[in-house]
Design a protein around this ligand. Structure first.
Ligand SMILES: [Mn+2]
Length: 439
């Protein structure tokens, strides 16, 4: 039988581990929202990446011996009474079949089985940021320490697992890219729908409803992150998610929203005029951000480092700020002094994958790392003129916040934009909003 992607990934991780070690990965915990109501369950990305298993209260233990490797799952036992209330559980027997693990045990067997699995190993790898995983491992090690007189040999080293695991997650397989294309497509369509629905007098949350409707209608039950639907000066608040203001004629609307489909995120930002037509000053600022975004995308390739595309965006933004009269002086000196920062205060992008700010190191050996085919990243320059800048910039700029964000796959030849199903050219946006067809 052919290995599933999950089996293949477990093998990749096991291949990196030295002999006589184990790795422990915990499922996500259910979180209480208020009283008896819980937040929707969302599996831990690392755990899902290695198992494809979507239940809480589960643990994966990978053990590497001298000449063997094994994957052991601990999960909830079948329990009819519980299943009537909260849903069908996979159980142990089915886990062997569906998840292709070597062994599966009910949770109440975990303490005993861990003792046996860890006995004689030298090290255990896990995610140090997970208190529950840390607690479970240390409680097992304490028990083993008490049993040393009986010949039990507890592992002596605890090591961080994430460096290896997140390095695997950073470079996407063809299967992952196919899933991300779909997340990107659903998200792009949702942005088109928002542009078409937008009218002055609507509440920001009504536009959010259009987006969520499209996500869910297409099988993306959750957005990948809280949607930002920010009219006018709200766009200058980078993580604005209140989405409660009324949209005003003459303002811009910034939407940063992406679907999560099959556990993978999309992350798109578009900024467009509430009433469908850019004013001359909005046109001017938008064009700078768009040119910066284009220049940045052109700089994404295996020839460049993670920082190169940010620098490409910064150059266009700085030149634009000079043309707007916001910055004065020598171009190179302005770049060196990061004079753009009051108006462009974030980086040009981040890794994208199962997590919207996906895992993987940005620097290796102190320098920004080289891009590689299979990496997926966002390209999202912006310009923000919050009202606090009154007196420092021309009044006509105040309250303008613009960001344009696409998701980009690094390829052998350069890169491919996954989110080009939603327009970003001024003409194309205005045409779509005036009843024209989407590109
Ligand atoms: Mn982003």
């Amino acid at each position: 039988m052919q290995a599933t992607p999950f089996e293949y990934r477990r093998k990749q991780l096991l291949d990196k581990m030295p002999p006589h070690t184990a790795a422990v990965i915990g499922a996500a915990k259910e979180k209480s929202r208020n009283r008896d109501a819980e937040y929707p369950f969302r599996q831990d990305s690392d755990f899902f990446y290695l198992t494809g298993f979507n239940e809480p209260e589960a643990w994966l233990v990978l053990v590497k011996g001298e000449d063997y490797q094994q994957s052991v799952l601990f999960n909830r036992a079948k329990n009819l009474e519980q299943e009537i209330w909260t849903g069908i559980r996979l159980g142990q027997e089915q886990a062997l079949v569906e998840l292709q693990v070597d062994q599966a045990f009910a949770l109440d067997e975990m303490p005993k089985q861990w003792l046996a699995l860890f006995d004689g190993l030298t090290a255990i790898y896990y995610d140090f940021s997970r208190d529950d995983v840390d607690g479970a491992i240390k409680s097992c090690l304490r028990k083993m320490a008490q049993m040393q007189r009986t010949g039990v040999k507890p592992p002596r080293q605890l090591n961080e697992l994430s460096d290896w695991l997140h390095e695997l997650r950073l470079v996407k397989s063809d299967e992952e890219v196919a899933i991300m294309r779909k997340s990107a497509q659903i998200s792009a369509e949702a942005h088109c729908r928002a542009m078409q629905a937008c009218q002055a007098g609507m509440f920001e949350y009504q536009i959010e409803a259009e987006i969520i409707h499209h996500f869910m209608h297409n099988g993306a039950r959750q957005p990948a992150y809280e949607s930002i639907v920010a009219g006018g000066e709200n766009a200058c608040i980078l993580h604005y998610t209140q989405n409660r203001s009324v949209l005003a004629d003459g303002d811009l609307l910034l939407i940063d929203a992406g679907a999560e489909w099959n556990m993978y995120a999309a992350d798109i930002t578009r900024t467009f005029p509430v009433s469908g037509k850019f004013s001359p000053i909005q046109h001017k600022v938008y064009t700078i951000v768009l040119n910066a975004q284009r220049a940045a995308i052109d700089a994404v390739s295996p020839e460049s480092s993670f920082d190169d595309y940010h620098q490409a965006a910064v150059r266009v933004i700085t030149q634009g700020l000079i043309e707007l009269g916001v910055l004065q002086g020598d171009f190179d000196a302005l770049i060196k002094d990061e004079a753009y920062k009051p108006y462009y205060m974030h980086k040009t992008g981040h890794w994208l994958g199962m997590d919207v700010h996906d895992v993987g190191a940005y620097k290796t050996e102190g320098a920004f790392r080289q891009l590689k085919p299979g990496m997926v990243l966002t390209v999202e320059p912006g310009l923000y003129f919050g009202l606090h800048l009154k007196g420092k910039v021309a009044d006509e700029l105040l309250g303008i916040g613009i960001r344009i964000e696409d998701d980009v796959l690094v390829t052998d030849a350069g890169c491919e934009i996954l989110t080009d199903g939603v327009p970003k050219d001024i003409d194309a946006i205005e045409s779509l909003m005036s009843g024209g067809v989407s590109v």
